[in-house]
Design a protein around this ligand. Structure first.
Ligand code: C2E
Ligand code: MG
Ligand code: MG
Ligand code: MG
Length: 287
């Protein structure tokens, strides 16, 4: 009986493990063919200006239309590609897609808004990063200023000097820079002034902790203080993951400048985003 249980538990456990390992190996081999097969899609999540309630930009977020059959969210493949170092292929795919998109919008006479792209920390280990980027942006010089590169706060932790040097170079080229997911790593407020960031993106966890019925709570004060500190340094603030009007109203009253979240919009397929961009309407709050 005992033997049976342990055998059963092994039989139950091992295939699952193997499946996981095989899946990871396959994903690695599947990446490049999937890029050529058009399986990767760019979604755009609108960002809103809290002073005007108007669309102020967007963040590009990858989606994998796996075998052209089902849409995988980044959480299901980004960690695998970060581990094996191939994430740069995804970042590059998004980067060149956004270069082309902005160029297309410019040629069509659309209102240009800044679009942010995520750069994995893995990219900072590539000694040719700057050379490769300079190569890639040839012919796109006039739209570089509409590209905002998002780097998580935690990517600035390892090899600080190298990262700082690269970020300064990226600024010189003309990119905007945002610190992503601020508040999730070993946050250090002095990082805000050390690095040349244009915008600090406060992580969703800040807004999740807010009690909308108690504006004097320490969690609200914390968000308020971070926003004030970014202001002192002349850096823009954006809060991520805003899901309802009460959260939005508090953030606006605290002086937060920009916001992104399901309250305004989920990440959208390209055509839908372009429709909203073209309409250029003031966001209508629902009650
Ligand atoms: P992130 O850069 O912090 O992006 C924000 C994530 O929060 C997105 O998830 C977005 O859909 C989600 N989100 C936005 N508003 C809300 C909200 O109101 N509520 C909730 N619950 N979630 C919200 P997504 O698209 O699943 O992406 C997850 C992460 O995957 C991103 O976090 C980013 O770290 C990574 N990622 C996505 N695309 C890329 C890429 O092209 N390159 C790299 N290196 N990473 C990427
Ligand atoms: Mg991001
Ligand atoms: Mg983020
Ligand atoms: Mg995040």
């Amino acid at each position: 009986e005992d033997e049976n249980v342990s055998r059963n538990s092994i039989v139950f456990f091992v295939p699952e493990m193997q499946e996981e390992i095989i899946r990871q190996n396959n994903l690695e081999k599947e990446l490049i063919p999937a890029i050529y097969n058009g399986e990767f899609l760019v979604y755009l999540q609108p960002k809103y200006d809290l002073n005007t309630n108007r669309l102020s930009g967007a963040e590009a977020l990858i989606r994998w239309n796996y075998k052209l059959q089902r849409l995988l969210p980044p959480g299901q493949f980004i960690p695998v590609f970060e581990k094996n170092g191939s994430i740069a292929n995804i970042d590059n795919f998004i980067f060149v897609s956004i270069l082309d998109l902005l160029k297309k919008w410019k040629d069509l006479g659309y209102r240009l808004v800044p679009i942010s792209v995520n750069f994995s920390q893995v990219q900072f280990r590539n000694p040719n990063l700057l050379r490769d980027l300079k190569e890639r942006i040839r012919g796109y010089e006039d739209i570089i200023r509409y590209i905002d590169i998002e780097i998580t706060e935690s990517s600035t932790i390892d090899s600080q000097d190298t990262v700082l040097e690269i970020l300064n170079e990226l600024k010189k080229i003309g990119f905007k820079l945002s610190m992503d997911d601020f508040g999730t790593g070993y946050s250090c407020l002095s990082n805000i002034s050390l690095y040349p960031f244009d915008t600090i993106k406060l992580d969703k966890s800040f807004v999740d902790k807010i009690d909308v019925n108690n504006r004097n709570s320490p969690d609200v004060m914390l968000v308020s203080d971070v926003i004030q500190i970014t202001k002192h340094f002349g850096i823009h603030s954006l809060v991520e993951g805003v899901e309802n009007i009460d959260q939005r109203n508090i953030l606006r009253d605290l002086g937060c400048e920009y916001c992104q979240g399901y309250y305004y919009s989920a990440p959208l397929p390209l055509a839908e985003f372009e429709r909203i961009l073209g309409e250029d309407k003031i966001f209508e709050d629902w009650r």
